[in-house]
Design a protein. Structure first.
Length: 277
């Protein structure tokens, strides 16, 4: 496949994470153009920026139809303005792939504005910035093999990806994986707080809590052992870990119960955003 030209509209937390991940990995693109009126606030940690052109408005770009893929990473509440602008700027019959990472904005809502375009909804997470995102993808009927290949190139360059058979699954995926890094960060934060309470310095607590997450993550990544068995391998009978797991595994208020409640609430919010948009 020839190198592709990418237009990224929106360079906030998610857009800039995707930009950093793409520019720091495979050189499969010939050009990246970023449009965001506040892009300066989010690009200070990006490398290889000599390959990227930044603009504050699409009005500064002569033609949008030359891009192989247009990624929309703005706030969901302005999606209508974004897609109306695309409709007015793209040549009739243009075959540019549109990838939306807007939570809650369905393909049907996009097609009401810009049909018939090849459209893919995606949900990466902020680990894209270090090449470790987990991304789900779902495409409309206009998506062809070449569009799938382009999407695979982009999202495999920033982590792992799966294709969904049902667009509704994106609400669940958003709650589990899109928001997922925050759950791990919060767990790390809790362990750090407890370490401080137990008398460790703030710096030592930071090292302890972060290395626990990193070490456990690498063990799960490089081991063929089931995650449940990995946990059991650390849990000796009548030992300290078993005592702790007994609390976390409480049938009424354990970690699984709380996580299930949290993810259901996040999923409901994703559904609400879709209905309100």
């Amino acid at each position: 496949m020839d190198k592709i030209e990418i237009l990224l509209i929106g360079c906030g937390k998610m857009g800039s994470s995707l930009l950093r991940g793409i520019t720091n990995t495979n050189n499969f693109f010939s050009k990246i153009v970023v449009v965001d009126p506040f892009y300066e606030e989010n690009i200070e940690n990006s490398r290889n920026l000599q390959k990227v052109n930044f603009y504050k408005s699409t009005d500064e770009i002569d033609s949008l139809s030359s891009f192989d893929v247009i990624i929309i990473a703005t706030k969901p509440n302005i999606y209508k303005d974004i897609f109306i602008d695309l409709k007015n700027r793209l040549d009739k019959g243009n075959d540019s792939l549109i990838i939306s990472i807007l939570a809650g904005i369905t393909i049907n809502k996009i097609e009401e504005i810009i049909n018939p375009s090849p459209i893919i909804r995606s949900m990466p997470n902020i680990a894209a910035s270090v090449g470790e995102s987990m991304t789900a993808l779902y495409g409309n009927r206009n998506v062809k093999k070449k569009h799938v290949n382009i999407s695979d190139l982009i999202f495999e360059s920033v982590g792992k990806k799966i294709w969904l058979d049902n667009e509704l699954q994106l609400n669940s995926f958003t709650a589990i994986s899109g928001s997922g890094p925050a759950y791990y960060f919060y767990l790390t934060e809790c362990i750090q707080t407890i370490a401080i309470e137990e008398g460790f310095s703030k710096e030592a607590s930071k090292i302890i809590s972060r290395q626990l997450i990193v070490g456990a993550g690498k063990l799960s990544e490089f081991s063929d052992i089931d995650i449940s068995q990995l946990r059991k391998n650390v849990t000796s009978k009548k030992g300290t870990t078993e005592s702790a797991i007994g609390v976390l595994n409480d049938n009424k208020s354990g970690l699984l119960i709380k996580l299930r409640q949290a993810i259901k609430k996040a999923k409901k919010r994703s559904e609400e955003i879709s209905e309100l948009s």
